[in-house]
Design a protein around this ligand. Structure first.
Ligand code: THU
Length: 162
């Protein structure tokens, strides 16, 4: 028996030292969260997806009175991006949130289902997707691949038959 370790690498930065492209992506996510439909949680999440053709697609969380029927901002944005531009690679996704009920002190990081959805497109396009996690205090955590957030992820290339 041998024990093996998987390491995660992330960069912690401040918003004001980011590139213009990263700042722009985060600003679009911040703007998008204003349109979130979150009457049950009061937790407004915005996500913006940068495509290799320069297009940016934004989305926000959409809740439902039957709670599981709602969808997170990340999946709204990435599914919309893929449906509009099915053959265009995704370069990055930025995520930010505010709460109407409390001060957010935790790192806003995608839920497990959103990580799996991001992983699908990373595998599909065979190229990493950068993920920018914007925090309320304007600090930003950046990972270069979903594998840094979802190590040991489920991948089965054999399932892809069509
Ligand atoms: N939510 C997101 O949109 N993204 C996340 O990464 C975490 C949670 C949404 C789902 C729900 O509408 C609200 O935030 C509270 O969980």
């Amino acid at each position: 028996m041998i024990e093996k370790k998987i390491t995660t690498t992330f960069v912690k930065s401040e918003f004001n030292v980011l590139t213009d492209s990263d700042k722009n992506l985060i600003r679009i996510a911040k703007n998008s969260l204003k349109s979130a439909y979150a009457p049950y949680s009061g937790f407004l999440v915005g996500a913006s997806v940068l495509l290799e053709n320069g297009e940016v697609i934004a989305g926000n969380n959409q809740e439902n009175v039957a709670y599981p029927s709602g969808l997170c901002a990340e999946r709204v944005a990435i599914f919309y991006a893929s449906s509009e531009f099915p053959n265009t690679k995704i370069k990055a996704i930025a995520i930010t949130a505010i709460s109407k009920k409390f001060e957010i002190k935790d790192v806003i990081s995608p839920c497990g289902a959103c990580r799996q959805a991001i992983a699908e497109y990373e595998v599909k396009q065979n190229e990493n997707i950068r993920i920018l996690l914007h925090q309320a205090n304007d600090s930003v955590i950046i990972v270069n691949s979903i594998s840094d957030l979802l190590p040991f992820m489920f991948i089965s290339r054999g399932l892809k038959n069509y």
